[in-house]
Design a protein around this ligand. Structure first.
Ligand SMILES: Nc1ncnc2c1ncn2[C@@H]1O[C@H](COP(=O)(O)OP(=O)(O)OP(=O)(O)O)[C@@H](O)[C@H]1O
Length: 362
């Protein structure tokens, strides 16, 4: 089984610890995406899997084999970077064949693999071209094709789309999703900053911060049931609104008083010992609605209106210090700056976190 097991994996550069003990089981064929803020250790972790960075502590298994001291070329992995690094004087065909020629594969086998990879990536018509006669997206597909030809057990991607413009990113992302489906036994590990890539490509997302794992789960599970405030505000765009609150009645249902004085009862259980404690109340911008009666969650003055056509974003200032509450409402609205608006929210989509930032729902 070409899965991966990371057991208490650590990385230090001199006295600086950057990865603090990662435990992760990845099944063969899974598409795993690493996300997290800049500097959280995504690339370092990926490079340790690839064998490009030494592992300071812990054990890394690929296909049940301890690989801590195994060189990159013997790990059965292939890596695709943001810069595609193609040989400019070689055709697409030769670029893809190069690694296999070095490895002294037979001519027929090379031809079979290059054509199969070109077919998967829709590159067949470009096989005789030089890289300079390709678009950025096509070049990145050649780099992916070159990796496919190595027939890896594990495919690693380090932000492969970040040099592409918006339209090409979408097209190439869809190619990568297809690739994942057409190679169901190949494990894929993908690092990105891009929420949409993470949500659409991943079987499971690994959210990292400060060199440790915050949560691992399928994209919609992280969206619907974030384990803590960090994940709640990292997954989803614009980020989840968080309003400071106080628990005024703990129990199987919980009443909280939000900053601003309004009380809300939620279908979220809290222990009696948390009665009177501070908490954070969370609601996603897209789960807010304009209230048409007195049964509202909060009221505020609209500071900014962003009409995007398909949705309108309203920024409500003054409720939480230093940050606006954002509402994302469908369609075009007749709401102006300065207007006082009341909001309500879908009761089943409310979130609550304790004083340490852990979700009461997870
Ligand atoms: N050679 C090095 N020496 C010292 N510290 C390093 C070295 N390489 C990386 N780091 C530190 O390790 C941490 C993790 O870096 P890494 O590149 O893995 O982050 P990342 O999550 O991939 O960030 P980004 O999203 O910005 O690419 C950072 O704080 C970085 O400054």
């Amino acid at each position: 089984m070409a899965g991966l097991q990371l057991k208490n994996i650590r990385k230090s550069y001199g006295a600086v610890d950057v990865i603090h003990g990662i435990d992760l089981d990845i099944k063969q064929g899974e598409f795993i995406v690493f996300v997290g803020p800049s500097g959280c250790g995504k690339s370092t972790l990926l490079r340790m899997i690839a064998g490009l960075e030494e592992i300071t502590g812990g054990e890394m298994y690929i296909a049940d084999r301890l690989v801590n001291d195994v060189p990159p070329s013997q790990r059965g992995i292939a890596m695709v970077f943001q810069s595609y690094a193609l040989y400019p004087h070689m055709t697409v065909y030769d670029n893809m064949a190069f690694g296999m020629r070095i490895a002294k594969e037979g001519k027929e086998e090379i031809d079979r693999r290059v054509r199969a990879a070109a077919d998967i990536l829709q590159l067949t018509q470009y096989l005789d071209r030089l890289p300079k006669a390709l678009s950025g997206g096509q070049r990145q597909r050649v780099a992916i094709g070159r990796a496919i030809c190595r027939d890896p057990k594990v495919f690693l991607f380090d932000e492969p789309l970040s040099n592409l413009d918006a339209a090409l990113r979408v097209a190439t992302r869809i190619e990568i999703a297809r690739l994942g489906e057409s190679m169901p036994d190949t494990t894929m590990i993908y690092v990105t900053h891009d929420q949409v890539e993470a949500m659409t490509l991943a079987d499971r997302i690994v959210v990292l911060s400060g060199g440790h794992i915050e949560q691992v789960g399928p994209p919609l599970e992280l969206y619907e049931r974030p384990a803590n405030l960090f994940v709640a505000q990292f997954i989803g765009s614009p980020a989840m609104n968080v309003i400071p609150a106080k628990i005024t009645a703990a129990g199987p249902q919980t009443t909280v008083t939000l900053t601003g004085g309004k009380s809300v009862t939620l279908d979220i259980a809290t222990p009696a010992s948390d009665n009177g404690k501070t908490a954070s109340f969370g609601i996603r911008p897209e789960d807010l609605q304009i209230a048409t009666d007195d049964n509202f969650l909060f009221e505020g003055t609209v500071a900014i209106v962003e009409a995007l056509g398909e949705v309108t974003l309203l920024y409500i200032e003054g409720l939480v210090d230093g940050q606006p509450i954002i509402a994302k409402l469908p369609g075009i609205l007749d709401i102006k700056r300065g207007q006082q608006v009341r909001f309500t929210g879908d009761k089943t989509k409310l979130h609550m976190f304790n004083a340490e930032g852990q979700s009461y729902r997870a």
